[in-house]
Design a protein around this ligand. Structure first.
Ligand code: NOJ
Length: 751
């Protein structure tokens, strides 16, 4: 008996009692996440805590390919020591599972890692670039494509995407405009919210954490040059550039990425005003702030931090959390805390934010839930995903000109001539950020046209090559083959690797060989449709002068060619409107619709001596060639009878704005009806127009629809330099129309 008691006692001492005393609360999913986080934090060494803030580029780290790779082995070693909290660029069930097993089974506390990846416009099913998708003004599509991207990524073991990118930009020289939603803050904001919802859903195993980026104002680099200085006023920050991120935060985005640029001379990663005062304190953001690639360390090159230790401390003090790849944090922060140079409480807060999402995603309960080969196979590139990709592609095609109604093409065409290398190049559609998309899965324009017209003869001539050299026999060949053609489709534009990060171009006009191709096509006397494949608005001034039919097809993802063919044939009636102005000339950039009025305003078209000392170009118009909000359809619309529910509004009131839109054609269509305002006199000069809402409405041939909007005080206020709302009485103009330039107007008084 004595032995029995002694036995019980010893059991208690070696296991049971210590367990009771030090109950592993963090393992219990019946307690609130905050308590689990605190419990886990209390068990972590300083080094392990800092490890959670260390994000490394993973790539292939296990299996034969990595066996002799010292880098990969080194990273795994760090992982085993609890010195890595997340990886980026580890993809696929096999790799993610193998790495997760090491984290869970071989590190002291078994804390799972997060796998992050840039899933920007699809994972394997690649959708149109975000800029193109935004031209659909279709928030449902944006949410759906993000949800599909998330589902495919999650099924490949991923937890986190670095999207949506919401850097509004007025500069098409900047290659990253392809990733955003154009020049307008409101459009960027509503697309940010839709994509956040699509990616994150309810944080299930079919979802991924979203990351709005790049905070803040990354879309305003001087001269459009990548990574360049940003120098904008607080007025512009608060009334433009910062707005989209706020929409994403309000939509519940889990993570935010610092930008590479400086703001007010302070790098964003170390910018306490941005990260702590605005994002966390003013907006109440509680999620993770991750650096951009090495942006903590780059504060040294900026001349803001003197070394890695200083950089790591400044990032933490600013409120930023995870260090992506610069390693200044993992190499220095524990020592800084031991020295008392930064408080451990700040580190704890940052680590808590990372752990919170690991718990939220259920990683402690089931770290391998996303690592199922069968699920990966069944959830990827399904027919419904491909259908969505095709719909999204067709919905993003921007009809810029259709002077002679060459489009839509007849279904009975017998002979089609397709010109231009880009029309058959699978390699030039997906980039940049193609996720795990495969060039081989791309339906090119040529393939799309052939599939749409199976009974027609479809001839193809590349005419120019990848270096834009003109085929010397082009003139002869075009002349010969065009003889029997009913129509010529001339594809011009920019190669896939000329869009995206670091793809800055000073010249965004079509290459001379492409222009020559179009000239030769026109010379045949056959109808010519110009197809512009691009990741940014190009300078199409010469093209528009010479050609009456232009369809800007963007980079439409893996169903690109089918989307193009759907629109050419009229199976889809185009309805997209551009969210970024197409300039007349590079010299005009930045050109955007919501400018201020100068003291000497100029109206395009007003010429003569009375209009000399005004703010204008002598050689080109001030406005864009194709302005914000512009885009044609095979239907035509007439706007009439704009009316307001009242001529006055008080500060808590609302005003209804309505307009009648008639489809004056014989084709059913969809029209994007746009609402703009102008605050005529205010304590700060306000833009000549600001988008405040839109409705995408289906209108049958011959039908008239009344379209209504509601304006309230939040639409009429603007921000001061600290982001506070300013609502000022006075006259407001209201505009409703088919583009930023083609509108009806009315006005009312705010009392
Ligand atoms: C740098 C880019 O700026 C950012 O958008 C991206 O998420 C990271 N690299 C990771 O790939």
């Amino acid at each position: 008996m004595k032995h029995f008691y002694r036995y019980i006692l010893s059991l208690c001492l070696i296991g049971f009692v210590p367990n009771l005393i030090a109950q592993e609360v963090y393992k219990n999913n019946n307690v609130p996440i905050a308590d689990r986080v605190n419990d886990l934090l209390s068990r972590m060494t300083l080094e392990e805590k800092v490890g959670q803030l260390n994000q490394l580029n993973g790539g292939v780290m296990t299996g034969p390919a990595a066996a002799n790779d010292e880098g990969a082995q080194g990273r795994l070693q760090l992982l085993k020591q609890g010195k890595v909290g997340s990886f980026l660029n580890v993809t696929g069930v096999e790799q993610t599972l193998a790495v997760q097993k090491i984290a869970v089974e071989e590190s002291r506390l078994g804390i799972p890692v997060l796998f992050a990846f840039d899933v920007i416009h699809g994972y394997k099913t690649v959708f149109p670039i975000p800029l193109a998708e935004a031209c659909s003004w279709d928030l449902e599509i944006a949410e759906q494509t993000a949800a599909v991207a998330a589902k495919e990524a999650a099924a490949a073991g991923l937890h986190w995407t670095f999207a949506p990118m919401m850097d509004m930009s007025r500069d098409p020289r900047w290659g990253r405009v392809m990733e955003g939603s154009g020049e307008d803050a409101y459009i960027n904001g509503v697309f940010a919210a839709a994509r956040v919802k699509g990616f994150q859903g309810d944080f299930s195993n079919d979802n991924v954490l979203a990351c709005v980026k790049h905070f803040a104002a990354y879309g305003a680099p001087e001269g459009g040059r990548e990574y360049n200085t940003v120098d904008i006023s607080r007025n512009s920050l608060w009334n433009n550039y910062i707005i989209p991120y706020k929409h994403a935060v309000d939509a519940g985005v889990a993570t935010v990425m610092n930008s590479f640029n400086v703001l007010d001379g302070i790098p964003a990663s170390g910018n306490k005003y941005l990260v702590t005062e605005v994002l966390r304190d003013k907006w109440g953001f509680e999620g993770i702030v991750v650096s951009d690639w090495a942006s903590f360390g780059e504060m040294i090159a900026h001349g803001f931090a003197k070394d890695g230790k200083d950089a790591a401390e400044k990032a933490l003090m600013a409120g930023s959390d995870i260090d992506m790849e610069s390693r200044v944090t993992i190499n220095n922060l524990a020592q800084s805390i031991k020295n008392g140079d930064v408080p451990e409480s700040l580190l704890d807060k940052a680590v808590a934010r990372v752990l919170y999402y690991k718990f939220k995603l259920g990683l402690f309960e089931n770290p391998y839930a996303r690592h199922d080969k069968e699920k990966e196979k069944n959830n990827t590139m399904t027919s419904s995903h491909l259908d969505l990709a095709r719909k999204a592609a067709a919905g993003s095609m921007l009809l810029l000109k259709n002077d002679d109604k060459v489009l839509p093409l007849s279904k009975n065409l017998k002979n089609i001539l397709v010109l231009g290398f880009l029309a058959e190049s699978q390699n030039d559609v997906l980039d940049f950020w193609k996720g795990m998309g495969d060039h081989g899965d791309v339906v090119t324009i040529l393939e799309g046209v052939k599939a749409k017209y199976p009974n027609a003869t479809v001839n193809f001539l590349p005419v120019y090559d990848r270096d834009n050299n003109l085929d010397p026999s082009a003139a002869k060949q075009i002349k010969k083959i065009a003889k029997n053609a009913d129509v010529i489709l001339g594809t011009i534009g920019l190669y896939g690797d000329l869009m995206g990060e670091a793809r800055v171009l000073a010249d965004i006009s079509p290459a001379p060989a492409q222009m020559e191709m179009l000239r030769l096509a026109k010379e045949t006397g056959k109808p010519v449709v110009v197809l512009v494949q691009t990741g940014r608005p190009m300078v199409l001034t010469e093209v528009a002068k010479e050609h009456g039919t232009i369809l800007n097809v963007w980079s439409g993802g893996i169903q690109h060619g089918n989307g193009v063919a759907d629109v050419l044939s009229g199976d889809v009636n185009p309805s997209a409107k551009t969210v970024m102005s197409f300039p007349h000339s590079v010299g005009q950039i930045p050109v955007y619709y919501n400018t201020f009025s100068t003291g000497r305003p100029h109206v395009d078209g007003n010429e003569g001596p009375a209009h000399f000392w005004v703010s204008r170009y002598r050689d080109i118009p001030n406005g864009a060639l194709f302005p914000f909000g512009y885009g044609l359809s095979y239907s035509t619309y007439d706007y009439s009878n704009i009316s307001l529910s009242a001529s006055e509004m008080n500060q808590n009131g609302i005003i209804q704005v309505s307009v009648e839109v008639k489809n004056t054609s014989s084709i059913d269509g969809e029209e994007i009806v746009q609402l703009y305002i102008r605050d005529l006199v205010a304590s700060r000069v306000r833009p000549i127009k600001e988008l405040k809402g839109f409705k995408k409405v289906k209108i049958k041939a011959g039908e008239t629809q009344k379209v209504s909007f509601t304006l309230s005080s939040s639409d009429l206020s603007f921000k001061d330099d600290e982001g506070n709302d300013m609502l000022e009485k006075g006259t407001f103009k209201v505009f409703v129309g088919k583009s930023s330039q083609d509108v009806l107007e009315a006005s009312f008084e705010l009392k």
